[in-house]
Design a protein around this ligand. Structure first.
Ligand code: FES
Length: 319
């Protein structure tokens, strides 16, 4: 059902597209659905009995009417599309981390922060990757990819991938994205990314600064060791052009001069005494995101201004 709505350009909340986050839960008003692979942890037996369904897993079995739980009127929706892309760049950017650039024949409309799925060549497996682009950078998609040992996409992206390869792309997906221009009040922002969770934050921060060049934007990039850091030159360039932008690199497993030692959410709590009226953006492994939510609340950020994207085991081995 989710796919049908998104392909028709109708907004529906969604995040993981795998039945694990519960974002796409909706109410079946009448009709009947097959819940497919909906896990019981995400959609309990009681919820099924009460007529709830996960849009990303359910298929209608008859004419079915559904209602969204809560709505966001006027929300920008980009049509979900299938495209064939060409690999135009493969760059080693950090330890076990690559930047992959995918050229499109026609532009893809999306909001900064959303993700696409790649159909791994030679398999039937799709893997999600956040876009590091702003919405204007719509002809060459930029992905940051971390190697997952045995991961089906890693086998390709850290193996035979080559410039000129063709790959099927589906997107855009996800609710983690920069606010629509007419809703963006230019409030101060803090962004915390773990590892390649930096990717969507780069798109969101650059979008926010293009709209309000003077706004305060603080970005924390948390990784394990210095060799995991990347794009610091890009962040320095952004800081040089925007006096309100600053970034902090945080290493959890080693103490190195010039970087903070510890965890990025803790560094935020140490640095910023109050974040009332700020918006917060978190992308990375679930424990980091959960710690980030707590840190934001501790500094009085309103829950409605906290946005998060959890990386699940994105590139598991093929079943
Ligand atoms: S459970 Fe459907 S989008 Fe996450």
């Amino acid at each position: 059902m989710l796919e049908a709505f998104l392909r028709a350009g109708i907004w529906m909340p969604n995040s993981c597209n795998q039945g694990t986050c519960g974002t796409c839960k909706l109410q079946v008003v009448c009709g009947e659905v097959d819940h497919g692979d909906s896990p019981l942890e995400t959609l309990t037996a009681e919820e099924r009995a009460a007529g709830l369904a996960l849009a990303c897993q359910a298929r209608p079995l008859a004419e079915t009417e559904v209602a969204l739980r809560g709505s966001e009127p006027g929300r920008t929706t980009h049509v979900l599309r299938d495209l064939t892309a060409t690999v135009v760049g493969v760059e080693e950017i950090a330890r076990d981390t690559r930047r992959i650039l995918l050229g499109l024949e026609e532009p893809l409309a999306f909001s900064a922060g959303q993700y696409v799925e790649l159909l791994v060549p030679g398999t039937t497996e799709r893997r999600p990757y956040s876009l590091a682009n702003t919405a204007e950078e719509d002809k060459v998609l930029e992905l940051h990819v971390r190697r997952v040992p045995g991961g089906v996409a890693s086998e390709w992206l850290f193996g035979p991938v080559a410039v000129g390869d063709r790959v099927e792309v589906r997107g855009p997906l996800g609710d983690f994205h920069a606010p629509d221009a007419d809703e963006d009040q230019g409030e101060p922002m803090v962004l915390i990314g773990g590892g390649t969770g930096l990717a969507p934050l780069l798109g969101i921060a650059r979008t926010a600064l293009a709209r309000h060049p003077e706004r305060t934007v603080v970005l924390y990039h948390g990784v394990r060791v210095e060799a995991d850091l990347y794009d610091t030159d890009r962040l320095e360039e952004l800081a040089a052009g925007h006096p309100g932008f600053s970034f902090v690199t945080v290493l959890s497993r080693e103490a190195v001069r010039g970087h903070r030692h510890g965890y990025a959410p803790d560094a935020f709590v140490e640095d910023i005494a109050g974040a009332r009226g700020w918006s917060g953006w978190l992308c990375g492994p679930p424990p980091m995101v959960e710690a980030g939510v707590k840190a934001f609340k501790r500094r009085r950020m309103a829950p409605r201004l906290i946005h998060r994207e959890k990386f699940t085991a994105a590139d598991a081995p093929a079943p």
